[in-house]
Write a protein that binds this ligand. Structure first.
Ligand SMILES: [Cu+2]
Length: 128
C-alpha cells in the first residue's frame, strides 16, 4: 500500500500532467476578430451579406460559412475575400425572416494550417 509520503508526489505529477494536456489542447485562441452584422446585434433590416474579419488573411478554399435561422439553413453564394483579412458571402435570398440567426464559420487563417472554428449570433427584428 502506498504511504502518504509517496502518494503526494504522484498526485502532484498527475495534476501537472493534466494541466500540460489542457494547455496543449487549448482552444482559447481564435483568429476571429469581428463580423458584419456584428455578433449579438439586433438588425431592423435583413442583411444581404455576411463579412467576418480575422487577424490574418483567410484561405477561402479551406474555409466555410453557414447561416442557420428560423427556417433552418440558408443558401449562401459567392464566398470570397475582399483581401482585408476577411471572409465575405452573399445571402442568396436576402428576404430572410425575422428571428435569431447563428453564423458558423471554419477558417484557415494566415500561414498556420490549423482549422479554427467558431460561431456567433445576430437577430433580425423588422416592422414587416
Ligand atoms: Cu466582398
Amino acid at each position: 500500500m502506498l504511504g502518504n509520503r509517496r502518494l503526494k508526489p504522484l498526485l502532484a505529477l498527475v495534476v501537472l500532467a493534466a494541466s500540460l494536456v489542457g494547455c496543449a489542447s487549448s482552444t482559447d485562441y481564435s483568429p476571429f476578430l469581428r463580423a458584419e452584422p456584428a455578433a449579438d446585434s439586433v438588425l431592423n433590416r435583413a442583411p444581404r451579406n455576411l463579412r467576418l474579419f480575422y487577424d490574418a488573411l483567410p484561405d477561402v478554399p479551406n474555409s466555410s460559412l453557414t447561416l442557420m435561422g428560423p427556417d433552418g439553413n440558408y443558401d449562401l453564394r459567392g464566398f470570397h475575400t475582399m483581401g482585408s483579412d476577411d471572409l465575405m458571402i452573399e445571402i442568396t435570398d436576402p428576404s430572410i425572416p425575422d428571428g435569431d440567426y447563428v453564423v458558423e464559420w471554419s477558417a484557415v487563417v494566415g500561414e498556420d494550417s490549423t482549422v479554427h472554428e467558431g460561431s456567433y449570433r445576430f437577430s433580425v427584428l423588422t416592422d414587416r
